[in-house]
Design a protein around this ligand. Structure first.
Ligand SMILES: Nc1ncnc2c1ncn2[C@@H]1O[C@H](COP(=O)(O)OP(=O)(O)OP(=O)(O)O)[C@@H](O)[C@H]1O
Ligand SMILES: [Mg+2]
Length: 486
């Protein structure tokens, strides 16, 4: 048989398969999405026709919180959903998109885009799941499109990994954009995917649906959450684990999940970032003081009897913040009672603020990233700390002076010492020398999310509020273990 003949036979086979698929799809035409009131009695719906969702071999109905999703999508075209993990929102969205294609005439001859995280497998998995929705409809389970594409009733649905959005630009008639787990896209790709999606609003007025479990503070999701009601483009839905209790989750499953350090983020909608790999959760918990201890810590924070140290991570630009941390040594513990960061501060204002803090808390040691001689010079000038020999000392000698009382303003070569400082912070944390005031939320999050990529190099993309952690590391340069070892 020639190749030509073979391909003719295959074409004929495909067209037969295609026509039977069309007949099967026709059965779905006009069906309502679901019947929440009487789903057992009235099963003439799209979801019953394609087969209800399954989990661990069991069939489930669609739940009441999915009716909230459905109703919202009927009324709003731009929807933002922050949700607990495993509620079934991805499954719901895939079904909703398929329903629009097969049972309604709202999206004829259009394109739908699914944006996933930056891995091709994620894009393939979602299209696979869409194809799998039709496993119960005979013969339809075969789709002869590429792995990231499915054609449903003339609608072209394609999944794009967030690092390959170029081919998503320039489409002609986009009816639906679904961004799955968007808060986990890398920061640049979060903005990019939002931008590419929203550009279609003027062109073809698509649904734009962003769904995610929360990730880190100050990411895409928190930014949108903070937008004022009047100007936010999106209708915002918050679905925590309580919506799924006794439905998609059992009580036992949730009790088990509560033991995990990531429970508050994964199930309870808190932006805590992914748990890092530097500090142990138990050490962080042990460091956070009680209300009573916090009160004591603050009462002592202005006493002249104890030593204190300030760490300053200087930053003036868009990407980082100017952060200040103050610690004091009391009761054989290093107590952290102040941690604050400032976005693009003015030099004069921030120096004044530092001087006020220095006076109020009688701070005698200030560690500053040495890459900022202008701040060091200014601080030294303000306190009258002049030293001709500064320029003549080697970095090694300056580093050696950090715990001595020679200077109040001490430059630290961050570039060179950052690993040592992180290790040192780790040592003090794991030996439970550090106490942190319970109100210092950003600092606590920075410790929880602190992630190192290679040998003790902090990964700033993964670590939330890394500037605050940098200031803590600087402040901890003041302390030596042998002296204080209990
Ligand atoms: N009523 C339901 N709605 C949606 N999915 C359901 C339902 N009942 C059972 N399931 C099953 O539960 C699983 C839900 O997983 P899915 O990936 O959709 O959840 P998710 O909310 O997107 O979670 P993740 O945080 O992991 O992305 C699927 O296997 C689905 O078939
Ligand atoms: Mg999902």
């Amino acid at each position: 048989m020639t190749l030509q003949n073979l391909s003719k036979i295959l074409d004929k086979y495909e067209s037969q398969l295609g026509s039977s698929s069309i007949q099967q799809f026709e059965q779905l035409n006009g069906l309502p999405f679901y019947n929440w009131q009487q789903h057992l009695y009235n099963s003439n719906t799209f979801n019953h026709a394609i087969g209800l969702p399954q989990k661990d071999g069991k069939t489930y109905p669609l739940f009441d919180y999915e009716q909230i999703l459905f109703d919202t999508l009927q009324q709003h075209k731009h929807v933002w959903i922050k949700k607990a993990t495993g509620l079934g929102v991805t499954e719901f969205m895939l079904r909703y998109m398929a329903w629009l294609c097969l049972s309604t005439n709202k999206v004829e001859n259009s394109q739908m885009c699914i944006v996933t995280g930056p891995r091709l497998e994620l894009a393939i998995t979602l299209i696979d799941r869409l194809k799998g929705l039709f496993r119960d409809l005979e013969k339809i389970s075969r789709f002869n499109t590429k792995e990231t594409v499915i054609e449903l009733n003339g609608v072209h649905i394609e999944a794009y990994p967030s690092h390959h959005l170029d081919s998503m630009r320039g489409l002609t008639n986009v009816s639906f954009v679904y961004l799955d787990e968007a808060d986990f896209f890398p920061p640049g790709q979060q903005q990019d995917s939002r931008h590419v999606s929203e550009r279609y609003i003027a062109k073809s007025s698509p649904w734009i649906v962003m769904v995610s479990t929360p990730n880190a503070p100050e990411g895409l999701f928190e930014k949108i959450e903070r937008e004022p009601e009047g100007t936010c483009l999106y209708k915002r839905l918050f679905l925590d684990y309580a919506y799924g209790l006794g439905k998609i989750y059992t009580e036992v499953e949730i009790e088990k999940a509560k033991a995990s350090p990531s429970f508050e983020r994964e199930y309870n909608l808190k932006y805590l970032g992914k748990v890092g790999n530097v500090f142990h959760t138990l050490d962080i918990e042990a460091a956070i003081c009680t209300q009573h201890e916090g009160q004591e810590m603050m009462n002592w924070s202005t006493s002249m009897m104890i030593g204190r140290s300030m760490g300053i991570d200087v930053a003036w630009g868009d990407t980082s913040k100017f952060a200040i941390v103050i610690t004091q040594f009391r009761n054989r513990k290093i107590e952290t009672f102040y941690a604050e960061s400032f976005e693009k501060p003015q030099m004069n204002c921030i120096i004044n603020h530092i001087m006020q803090l220095k006076q109020k808390h009688h701070i005698t040691k200030i560690y500053v990233d040495g890459a900022n001689p202008e701040v060091i010079r200014e601080l030294k000038a303000r306190i009258g700390e002049y030293h001709d020999h500064y320029g003549r000392l080697t970095e090694e000698q300056i580093w050696g002076l950090r715990t001595s009382n020679s200077w109040q303003i001490i430059p630290v070569n961050f570039q060179k010492r950052h690993r040592e400082m992180l290790q040192w912070t780790y040592t003090l944390m794991s030996k439970r020398f550090v106490k942190i005031h319970l109100s210092l939320h950003d600092l606590i999050v920075s410790l929880r999310t602190a992630t190192v990529s290679d040998e003790w190099k902090l990964d700033k993309q993964q670590t939330s509020h890394h500037d605050t952690l940098d200031s803590l590391r600087l402040s901890l340069c003041n302390y030596e273990l042998p002296k204080y070892n209990p």
